[in-house]
Design a protein around this ligand. Structure first.
Ligand SMILES: Cc1cc2nc3c(=O)[nH]c(=O)nc-3n(C[C@H](O)[C@H](O)[C@H](O)COP(=O)(O)O)c2cc1C
Length: 521
């Protein structure tokens, strides 16, 4: 089973590659009549509004109460702006998503919270209203059992993906993009929790079936709009020890018997099926594994203003240069292991430096896990320099591979997109690929993309802090990128690209606040 699952995800990975002259299978046109609704509602479920937290409220530690929980969601999965053009308006969110399609749904599992939840409940998060939809109440004894093994006041946040939202536009490659977005959301929640003085931790041991039960995802819905469970995060107050396994199989089974309310609203009238995505999702489902404890303490805090102003650049000016200090600061923020996930870094960065003052343009490499350094070096072109640039901080595993203008190469592999060449730098996230899948199982395929999305989210925020702007790039030619590095076979694969530079705003668009009622105070 383990091996056939790995073969299936490898087959999906291969067929969803973009190749020069042949993009991965996609719909070929935009079926605007059936554009999926980006906001899922559970019809019939009771709505409990969150109070909206002014963005200028200081990022001080808060208790895990109604106010704190509101801010946790507000600073991670809420709307952050509306854009409008020629009478049409569309919302943007704190967490990014390819094409702004937002396949990721959020859930809260919490005990009673005065002013918010009278009873312990499972709730769906509705970003359009910044509200909870109460899907099920958890009996007192069941919640007592859970809370007796978690630090006082802990809650859980669940994430799921609706593949159809991305497949509608991107076809077979969409499963990858959904996984990037899960990673963005995990890190957005981690960042938001940190700013509150709390900590988010991936409950890595749970199975996919456990998540179906805990989030109540087995209800009636069309196959095409299936909501695939992804993960559960434990949110604990600061200083709490990692409790290990807290949701036993018996506890999970008890969730199956809850009285679930709400019927998922339809998202599109008609659908196109993407069987390759269904197969990849099935093959990468997970069995229960022992709960591992996470490394402590590595994670960045960002001002709330930065979190809410994060945007993807649509264009770069082609002139802005970044200082070495800013550049190395960004690298230092993404180099270490994350406190949210229990595995050691599997993803490294191949960086095309275009405009960083005092650093020669060229191709560089950041090693995020030194244990893989020698394997990486021997997997790549023998002629690479592997030279640490002068002025590079000693704790950064950052090396020049080859000097020279890399703008054309960066643009060419990013499906010809100018944003890969016109910024200060762009990069490919190079994941240790086949070995982790064979060792752990096909389910780790999703996690490799999550790790990439988490790096991306940190980079988005670090770019904003440095006064520049970032954009995630899902459209790139996979094997052409591998060729640039001399990588062959499946030892390492490029899973996500990224670019950072001086943005050019689209002056035609008007920007409005995410929640106009909040702006009016
Ligand atoms: C996984 C992912 C892939 C993306 N790929 C591209 C891309 O190839 N080209 C591009 O211009 N923008 C790309 N974007 C940027 C999105 O279009 C952008 O995030 C989305 O429109 C939402 O806007 P926001 O980031 O300002 O919230 C990507 C974003 C993500 C998260």
């Amino acid at each position: 089973m383990k091996n056939s699952g790995v073969q299936s995800v490898l087959a999906y990975h291969d067929r969803s590659k973009h190749r020069l002259g042949r993009y991965a299978p996609g719909p070929g046109f935009m079926d605007w009549d059936n554009q999926p609704d980006p906001f899922l509602r559970y019809k019939g479920a009771r709505t409990q509004p969150f109070l909206k937290v002014p963005i200028d409220e200081p990022a001080a530690s808060l208790p895990l109460d109604a106010h704190g929980l509101s801010r946790l969601f507000f600073d991670s999965l809420a709307l952050s702006a509306w854009k409008s053009y020629q009478g049409k308006a569309w919302p943007l969110r704190v967490n990014p998503s390819s094409g702004n399609l937002h396949p990721t749904e959020g859930y809260l599992i919490s005990g009673p919270v005065p002013g918010l939840l009278e009873q312990a409940s499972v709730c769906h998060y509705s970003p359009l209203e910044h509200a909870l939809e109460i899907r099920a109440e958890i009996p007192v004894e069941l919640w007592q059992k859970i809370s007796s093994s978690t630090p006082d006041g802990s809650v859980f946040i669940g994430l799921s993906s609706i593949h159809w939202r991305e497949a509608w536009k991107y076809g077979e490659r969409a499963f990858r993009y959904c996984q990037h977005d899960v990673g963005h959301a995990i890190e957005a929640i981690g960042t938001s929790a940190r700013a509150l003085g709390w900590r988010a931790k991936l409950m890595d041991g749970l199975s996919t079936a456990d998540l179906v039960a805990l989030l109540g995802l087995s209800g009636p819905r069309t196959d095409e709009e299936n909501e695939e469970p992804e993960c559960l995060l434990l949110i604990t107050p600061d200083g709490a020890a990692d409790p290990g396994e807290v949701l036993s199989p018996e506890t999970v089974t008890a969730f199956q018997k809850l009285a679930w309310s709400g019927i998922p609203s339809p998202l599109s009238a008609a659908h196109e099926s993407w069987p390759a995505i269904d197969e990849a999702a099935l093959a990468s489902r997970k069995e229960r594994t022992p709960e591992l404890t996470t490394e402590s303490g590595v994670g960045e805090s960002h001002p709330r203003k930065i979190i809410h102003q994060r945007r993807s650049a649509v264009d770069f000016d082609g002139t802005t240069a970044m200082s070495q200090d800013s550049f190395y600061r960004i690298l230092s923020k993404v180099q270490g292991p994350s406190e949210v996930i229990p595995w050691k870094p599997e993803v490294h960065l191949a960086i095309f430096v275009h405009r960083v003052t005092g650093l020669d343009p060229g191709l560089y490499f950041l090693i995020r896990n030194p244990a893989q350094a020698s394997e990486l070096r021997e997997s790549m072109k023998p002629g690479f320099h592997w030279k640490k640039p002068e002025g590079c901080p000693s704790d950064l595993e950052f090396f020049q591979l080859v000097a020279g203008d890399a703008r054309q190469a960066a643009k060419a592999i990013s499906c010809g997109q100018d944003i890969a060449a016109d910024g200060c730098f762009s990069l490919g996230m190079i994941a240790h690929f086949e070995a982790p899948l064979r060792e752990r199982g096909a389910w780790f395929y999703r996690r490799l993309f999550w790790e990439c999305g988490m790096i991306g989210q940190t980079m988005y925020l670090e770019a904003e802090s440095a006064g520049v702007r970032a954009t995630g790039i899902g459209c790139f030619f996979d094997d052409e990128m591998h060729e640039i590095l001399g990588l062959t076979g499946l030892r390492y694969q490029s899973l996500y690209h990224f670019t950072v530079g001086g943005p050019v705003e689209d002056a035609r668009l008007t920007t409005l606040p995410g929640y106009p009622d909040l702006a009016r105070g």
